[in-house]
Design a protein around this ligand. Structure first.
Ligand code: UDP
Ligand code: MG
Length: 336
């Protein structure tokens, strides 16, 4: 157990990664609850905050925390890149033999980490918290989330464990696996499931947010859901082949019907309504198809540009302890 204020060991046993976006009012409370748990269960630890371009007092508070406890470090982005990318940066910079990802708003009870670590010591490499209920979210959000998981289950290339989110412990081996995945559209929940390793769920009760409000608007969540589906399924692209086949089959039948009708009953002018309806229907289908192509092409564009995943504006850590970054990962090479 290291003493508060002492220089942290270079490779602590446990790293806690906390993505933070405008959470100044939650950080002190989080540290107060987290530190005793960590001191009890780990031989050494570090808490790594990833400031996702906060515009409030977050960095000010983090500086204070870093000064009083050197085991608390921070990486601050040049702007808001999103929680998924903040987590990726956390995994890049954390040094522990196991890494726990936790929200800053105390919705994830720090005490659960003890159960995570126990499972890790039993040999599990991917220990995920499963939410017991989602009462902390609005009913609409709960309903949409459930729908999303149902769709993902059906069409995604990996299953997602029920109720599993970002609150989890990852062994160093799992972390290295995640770091080797260079994709820019990062849907962590899918990535965690994709890497596999010996996994187990630990149930936990989602608490109310300590202070502030959720940083996810419905717009952000929709974007996130689309990212998730499109990075783990090509079905939206392929389904149009089948739709096309069915529509062609119908149009052949229709052609046959109209030919027969013309032969038997002669030319019949009415048919305006069915014409307009079918034109509108197929125009809609075509636009939708184009839109879906666009979504994928946009993602391909983002990948081929090979921009860094994030940009670091500031770091709070002891210079002597800076570890060399993995040069193969583009995001890891972008520190100022
Ligand atoms: N967060 C982040 N970047 C963002 C949005 C959120 O780093 O763009 C962090 C946020 O500070 C918190 C965690 O992600 O620590 C979960 O966010 P929030 O509580 O708003 O999400 P919810 O609990 O509603 O899913
Ligand atoms: Mg929250």
């Amino acid at each position: 157990m290291s003493i508060t204020g002492a220089t942290p060991s270079v490779n602590p046993e446990l790293s806690i990664v906390v993505p933070v976006f405008n959470e100044a009012d939650n950080l002190e409370a989080l540290i107060a609850r987290l530190t005793p748990v960590l001191e009890r269960i780990a031989s050494s630890h570090e808490i790594l905050f990833v400031d996702d371009g906060s515009s409030d007092e977050t960095m000010h508070v983090l500086r204070k925390i870093h000064t009083s406890d050197r085991r608390c470090r921070a990486v601050s982005f040049s702007r808001n890149f999103g929680k998924e990318i903040a987590i990726a940066a956390g995994l890049d910079h954390a040094r522990g033999r196991a890494i726990v990802i936790i929200d800053a708003d105390l919705q994830h009870p720090p005490e659960t980490i003890e159960a995570f670590v126990a499972k890790w010591r039993e040999g599990y490499k991917n220990v995920y918290g499963t939410r017991i209920d989602r009462n902390a979210d609005s009913p609409l959000r709960r309903m949409l989330t459930k729908r999303f998981y149902m769709i993902f289950e059906q069409f995604g290339e990996t299953g997602l464990p029920d109720g599993a989110g970002d609150f989890r412990l990852l062994d160093r081996q799992a972390v290295e696996a995640l770091k080797s995945m260079p994709e820019r559209a990062r849907f962590s929940k899918g990535l965690y499931a994709w890497i596999g390793f010996k996994s187990i769920g630990v149930p936990f009760e989602v608490a109310e947010r300590h202070a502030g409000t959720s940083k996810f608007s419905y717009r952000k969540l929709t974007r996130f859901a689309l990212d998730g589906l499109m990075s783990f399924s090509t079905l939206p692209l392929k389904v149009w082949t089948y739709v096309g086949m069915v529509v062609s089959a119908f149009s052949l039948l229709a052609a046959f019907y109209y030919i027969m009708q013309t032969i038997i009953r002669g030319i019949d002018v009415p048919g305006y309504a069915s014409l307009i309806v079918s034109i509108m229907f197929f125009a809609g289908v075509q636009l939708l198809t184009l839109g879906i192509m666009g979504e994928y092409i946009g993602r391909i564009f983002a990948e081929v540009k090979r921009r860094p995943l994030y940009l670091v504006a500031e770091r709070l850590e002891d210079e002597t302890n800076i570890m060399p970054q993995d040069p193969t990962r583009p995001g890891a090479r972008t520190h100022v």
